[in-house]
Design a protein around this ligand. Structure first.
Ligand code: PGA
Length: 261
């Protein structure tokens, strides 16, 4: 059975003092949770400090991005090797904000996923359509194309290690939520596509998350679907109480799915 995972994507937010405060509280809260995995994605400049605070805890530290090359003349970039030195073990790849503001293409994303896997990171591979595509009724087609391009030439063994996050762009940071039913439809299609690329066993192992305006009062709508394995949470991961409630929700649903598979 796939373990639920809640990932907090802080984006470019919080002061160092606020970040430390949040992490101390989370460390305490998450230590009693065993049915759900938790990860946070702080800005690069806080990683070292937060890794030290979280030593020995069960919270993963995830980078928000990385470059695919190991080193070299790439001003401003961070390599997988550098992140490995910090004991970071996950990385977000292909977030829609990276695609939109930093012009990352599907082939850049494919290179990053391969590089992340080479360095034993778990890539959190983000896909999702914008409002225009959603309204034209072509969301499934769009996301399938992103999946095929991002996962191009990956072996079955590598496919098994990735986490996919379905994040419709129109629902990110907007307060507009994609219904559980609609999100589940796309998540099922993603699992089916991964199966086409590998086997049923592999696709059943891959965790697929929902992301986009998740809050503690709307997430039960998504997490109740057994195919939705957790959430990628932006704004709501910056507030301890709110993020803690979302973790609790995933924790209790996981226990429920285990007793009634
Ligand atoms: P949001 O962001 O929860 O603030 O909508 C989600 C994300 O971008 O990962």
């Amino acid at each position: 059975m796939r373990k639920k995972i809640i990932i907090g994507n802080w984006k470019m937010n919080l002061s160092l003092a606020d970040a430390q405060d949040l992490v101390f509280k989370l460390k305490n809260q998450v230590k009693t949770k065993s049915a759900v995995e938790v990860a946070i994605c702080p800005p690069y400049v806080y990683l070292l400090t937060l890794v030290n605070i979280l030593k020995g805890s069960n919270i993963h530290i995830c980078a928000q991005n990385m470059f695919h090359k190991e080193n070299g003349a790439y001003t401003g970039e961070i390599s997988p090797e550098m992140l490995t030195d910090l004991h970071v073990n996950m990385v977000i790849v292909g977030h829609s904000e990276r695609r939109q503001y930093f012009h990352e293409t599907d082939s850049d994303i494919n290179l990053k996923i391969k590089s992340a896997l080479k360095f034993s990171f778990t890539p959190i591979f983000c896909v999702g359509e914008d409002l225009k595509v959603r309204e034209s009724g072509k969301a499934e087609e769009w996301v399938k194309r992103q999946i095929l391009a991002g996962l191009k030439d990956l072996s079955k063994i590598d496919l098994e290690k990735i986490i996919v996050a379905y994040e419709p762009i129109w629902a990110i940071g907007t307060g507009k939520i994609c219904s559980g039913e609609d999100a589940n439809k796309i998540v099922k299609m993603i699992r089916e596509t991964i199966k086409e690329l590998s086997t049923n066993i592999v696709s059943e192992k891959v965790r697929i998350l929902y992301g986009g305006s998740i809050k503690s009062d709307n997430f039960s709508e998504h997490i109740k679907y057994p195919d939705i394995d957790g959430g990628l949470v932006g704004g709501a991961s910056l507030k301890f109480e709110e993020f803690a409630k979302i973790i609790d929700l995933a924790d209790s649903v996981h226990a429920l799915h285990q007793s009634h598979p």
